[in-house]
Write a protein of this length. Sequence first.
Length: 666
Amino acid sequence: MSRRQRFRIAAVAFLALAAVVNSAPAGRQSPEDPVLQKILEIGLRDNQVMTWLDIAANRFGGRPAGSDAYANASAWAVHQFKQWGVEAVLEEAGEVSVGFNRGPWFGRMVKPAEKTLIFGTPSQTAGTKGIQRGRVVIGPVKEKEEEALAELEALKDRLKDAWVLIPGESTGVARDGRRHSVMSAVTKKMAEAGALGTIQAAKEPVRILGGEVDSWDALPVLPDIKLVESQYNEIKALVEQGQDVELEFDIRNWFKTGPVKYANVVAWIPGTMFPEEIVILGGHLDSFDAGTGAVDNGSGFSVAMEALRQLAAAGARPKRTVMAILFAAEENGILGAQAWLKKNPERAVQTVLMINRDGSPSAIVGANVPPAWYQDFFKITEPLRQADPVWPFDLVEDEYPRVKSERPAGNDASVFSMQGIPVLSLQTRSDYNYSRAWHTLHDTYNEVVPYAEHQKHSALATAVIAYGVANLDKPLTREGVYLPDGIYADFITAQGRILAVLDYVNAPLAAAQFIRINEPPAAPETLRPAFPPIPPGLAPPLPTTTVGHFISLADGIALGFIHSDTQKAAGEAKLPKTINPVLKHDGLGVLGLRTENSFYFTLKKNSSFNRTYPAIGKVIAGIEVVKILRKDDEIKSIRIIRVGPEARDFKTDDESFKKLLETTDK
């Protein structure tokens, strides 16, 4: 189907929506609202989301915090918002010790044959002194610093005016460290010997991150080249064969005396009835600069900009404030979002919803919402179910609360999650391979162009949802959004997911035993997301927990047996009989411990178990799954989730477990 055909279908759908004005029930998010009609019309016929992406990526380019490109882009964004009649400001968010600007770069093999080289250099690393040509030398191969220095001593007479091949595979991080880069003894020795720079192999797509310089007096002096692996191996093989290989590079990496401040861009349409309550549209404006930051995160912040423009152009005067925040320094550790919440602590309570976008160019095609939101969201998103037949909106009632982030990780939404601020869980559709552009040389505007219609639909969907939430009579409840503090067992079974809260206070020994056989020894730390964020397809799987089967459905219980080698010793100690004095087997969904390696869910009230086995928890989501469990159903995994300081402080290591046993025996 062509773009024009899709537009015609969408236009017909829009007109059909407008025709139902007289039949729409009161309070329904539907086209009887002239502002909503106008938002739909603008989103379908005059969507400018790709314009804002074009400007950011192609007029300013890559936008690291502390660069001129970032400062210029943030000033432009404020200007653009004001052009639309939207209030906007730059709000200082932090500073870098030394600024960095990137110019063009070029490299080629000169001898034994001419060939253009594909490479990048991390941000805040040295450039060349104009065009520099030199032969290639294979550098030290030892990993230990003292051994590498000894190798360099033997090579020192050959390093002057040479490009040095260094071992290892680049991860994109600066050679001398990403956080607070400090020239190593090996780097210093190469620089003193007159080397032109180092070259390291990098797999395709070439990933380029950065370093961080602490002061003008500690600027890097040796270029740090990450060369595509095939070319690196070719050059290395030629040198090993004794051929004279010459390379030429022109790398324009420029520094700026600091400190250099950076700011978040904050723009808003004030609410008319509840102006202190806000709906936030988020996306980070900064980017790494090996590319032009078009995918990560031009495809995100441009949607927030366009959604706010559509609301303004439609004459929206929502009950609540709708605010777009283009965050700074997300790539530096999610610093801009943290700074905004720190400067505006009252917003943790006042923010009704955050809609964040950071990832692939994609179309928003649905949302997962807690049961308490479903009715409101069904009305809000009704226009999206018909606005574009290519992307009908799918609303899912999700009974499983999410885990609040424990630290800034992944994207800007994490710092909102940390404070219990609701973040909308969106469903998106795209066939784009995000790892192709994530912090690579490919993060350029042309990557997003084939997904322009996806972007346009996302901007419209964001505008409609923001407008609907901002106009609710009551703010969205936070009930069911995040798990309260506690310890949980998350079961993935052949029939579906079951989530239970563990009563480790009233049944500490039995709960500890269950946790020990289901929690990897390094948990929960290994289950927390790590910084920097890993894009889909690149993230390693979570540590394997346990597997097992339901071996019986008798006596009113579904009995599961765990085959675990996570902590073999956990199943060896004979547990004394302990009864939970508070939690009883009073109906469907009680979780209990049968033996050291078996557990059960009650299928009905079973009072006799109150005197026999310890109840250790209660199902809080997935009770319908419990009802349909069958004998021999597989238990695919059991994950222990700890939320809050008390839950994390409940120790189940060998020593702590031994103390629990001793206390129970007494």
